[in-house]
Design a protein around this ligand. Structure first.
Ligand SMILES: [Zn+2]
Ligand SMILES: [Zn+2]
Length: 438
């Protein structure tokens, strides 16, 4: 081996060592910077937790988020899809990255007993007063977005390009992302080269990062079936058509779609979450209403479920002798969400950057444990699609996961270890942002 080759190999290995050392010192610097900024974020998290707002009514949350980002030098574009906003920080020539946080809370009465628990009530869009709670962790998402904003503003010497931070309304009601796109989101702020989003997840240990190279969440559609009958006296059922009985038969028959029409190795779900009918024990009603959520992991299964539900509802009514002009009305809500699927190459790139900067113990294996859904894909499944990656950050202390003393999302007892999860989210998202903005 000539001296030249020795030098090439020696220099390359020296460079690798130096690069790794520089990277790990940069990452420990970031880790320290996130820790140093935490007190600020802790106060902000408790503010958002105590002041939740329902879907499409996130006015104060949006105002506070805008105020935080404006004070850091970001340029605001507001009122996109009602309460949505984008804060932009331009930092020279380079790619554009969008990071999205959802802002809405749920109509749940908080029972955690936390000193900063919500006591808020809000009139919902149907005019009914509801208790409100951040029972899904979107308060943590908004706080972490501010955390990333603060780090990125302080580290402008380490990245180039444009950072867009997006506050989205109505994720829980699945419609906020679509509302923003319909309200000319990308015409107003420009189309990003990459898009990221994040969710705190109770089933993983607090502060641990997990994401896949492909599927993250199922599709979700809402169906309402109005079963029409013929009203009559409860003692003369033979003179009418009973929508409660027909509706009940539909509920049972729908489950046979999942077990008999979908492949046994393909996930599929039909849940009849609401069944409303009747006014008195001795009256056969003239209608019943079924509200259904439908979940799938592929577009093919999604289409099969939606078609079969319609067929089963109509044929069940026909079997009961309902006249043709009174067959069930089957309506599919327009705000259904497709599957959330990470762009493989981007997920791999982001994972490599995070793994180079954070210890191996910061990650856990991603797995799908239920058929939860997201409307984030409505922000990125446009033409052409925006490469995107969605990450999950664990929210429950490991001891609680072991003992089983933890509450899942949407529970009145939902409570995350916000310090570990916020710190991990800010660090991981900042690492990803700096890697993508070069
Ligand atoms: Zn939720
Ligand atoms: Zn959520």
């Amino acid at each position: 081996m000539s001296w030249k080759y020795v030098c090439v190999f020696a220099c390359a290995s020296l460079l690798t060592t130096l690069y790794a050392a520089a990277e790990s010192s940069a990452s420990s610097t970031l880790n320290k910077a996130v820790a140093a900024d935490y007190n600020y974020l802790d106060k902000l998290y408790k503010h958002f937790h105590a002041n939740p707002e329902l879907s499409m009514q996130e006015f104060e949350t949006s105002d506070r988020l805008a105020k935080e980002l404006k004070s850091l030098g970001y340029t605001l574009t507001r009122d996109i899809g009602k309460t949505g906003l984008v804060a932009t920080l331009k930092n020279g020539k380079g790619p554009t990255l969008m990071i999205r946080a959802d802002m809405d809370a749920l109509p749940v009465l908080e029972k955690t007993g936390l000193p900063y628990a919500s006591t808020k009530k809000q009139i919902n869009l149907e005019g009914i007063e509801m208790p409100v709670m951040h029972a899904c962790g979107h308060d943590m998402h908004v706080t972490s977005l501010v955390g990333v904003a603060r780090q990125m503003a302080a580290m402008k010497d380490q990245w180039r390009g444009t950072l867009q931070l997006l506050g989205q309304p109505a994720e829980e009601a699945l419609g906020g992302a679509k509302a923003m796109v319909r309200d000319n989101l990308y015409e107003r702020v420009g189309r990003p080269d990459y898009s990221m989003a994040m969710h705190v997840i109770a089933k993983y240990p607090a502060g641990k990062i997990a994401f896949s190279d492909g599927l993250m969440y199922s599709s979700a559609d809402t169906i309402r079936i109005i079963v029409r009958g013929v009203a009559t006296h409860g003692a003369s059922p033979h003179l009418g058509k009973d929508p409660v009985l027909i509706g009940s038969q539909i509920v049972v028959a729908l489950q046979s779609i999942v077990t008999r029409e979908v492949s046994p190795i393909e996930p599929a779900l039909i849940t009849v979450g609401a069944f409303r009918a009747g006014t008195a024990p001795n009256v056969i009603a003239d209608s019943a209403q079924l509200d259904i959520t439908v979940r799938a992991n592929t577009e093919q299964t999604r289409a099969l479920l939606l078609d079969s539900i319609k067929r089963v509802a109509i044929q069940t009514a026909r079997t009961a002798g309902v006249p043709e002009h009174l067959l069930p009305i089957v309506g599919i809500a327009p705000d259904g969400a497709p599957t959330t699927t990470n762009t493989a190459e981007l997920a791999q790139r982001v994972r490599a950057a995070m793994k180079a900067a954070m210890p191996a113990s910061a990650f856990v294996e991603w797995y799908q444990s239920d058929m939860g859904a997201e409307d984030f894909p409505d922000l990125v499944n446009i033409d052409p699609p925006i490469p995107s990656v969605y990450i999950e950050v664990g929210g429950t202390p490991a001891e609680k996961l072991k003992s089983g003393e933890w509450a899942d999302h949407h529970s009145p007892l939902f409570q995350i270890d916000h310090e570990s999860s916020i710190k991990a989210a800010v660090e991981a998202m900042t690492v990803a942002a700096i890697d993508l903005l070069q």
